[in-house]
Design a protein around this ligand. Sequence first.
Ligand code: G4P
Length: 291
Amino acid sequence: MNIQWYPGHMTKTRRQIEADLKNVDMVAEIIDARIPVASRNPDIDAIVGSKPRLIVLNRADQADPAGNRAWRAWFQDRGYTVLETDAKTGAGVSQFSITIKEALKDQIARWREKGQVGRIVRVMVVGIPNVGKSTFINKVAKRKSAKAGDKPGVTRGKQWVAVDAGLDLLDTPGILWPKFEDERIGLNLAFTGAVKDEVMDAETLACHLMETLAERYPDALQERYKLELPPVSGQLEGLAYGYDLLERAARKRGFLISGGEPDTERMAKILLDEFRGGKLGRFTLELPESV
Ligand code: G4P
């Protein structure tokens, strides 16, 4: 699902989450491991408060392994439990229940002392669109559709989903939004396809992506498009550097329009598709240092 902006919904979603928090023991916040800053709702810490939190670094398969390690350490240093997953294949997902129960072991022991043996642990799942929340919930609950109620006996109540005999999930009602005001955050969401491409034309977005990759992952760019990266100095005005790279890549691919000019529009779409499809490699576009 792509993001569209409906401001009124955020207040409603926030109120609903705040009300539902009373019914859960932990919050699992799913984020996109490629963009761990941009893929978080800016108010999530204030909304969730002191409730124990699991950060699910989803799309870990698409992110740079060094980036995953750095972010895991960063979140753990701040008291969060962290799980790396690839919800598409299910890698890491089997650790979800064990990880939750380990994180809540003191709480579970207290329940037991009070005679609440076998009390079901309840976890709320939150995440902005496109982090892979539905895929994750389906995988963790071993079901095919994200719609609650599709499989009789599996769901308990409206948005509750049973993971195993001791763990229930509550899917967030409504939609949590990222922070749109910051240009870099908007770009990172657009690069990964979280924001509809109509928000910015593909060519401009691809120029930004070329510049971002040339700075962060020059080897991947050189290898994929057989580019000699020209020196950056003096070329950074108004995306000129990114446009130059787009033209070079289009020429290398033989994408030309009449008159022999490079077909930068076609190249832009290819770059975005290949980046999103993982053909260029694994990338982490935000590092903990940038927080
Ligand atoms: P959302 O609920 O958070 O909005 O996201 P959703 O689960 O719908 O996932 C969006 C897309 O991302 C889906 O691809 C899904 O398969 C893919 N995806 C989710 N998690 C991961 C992950 O950890 N790794 C990878 N590589 N992909 C992931 P799609 O193209 O919409 O569908 P499909 O082609 O997979 O069927």
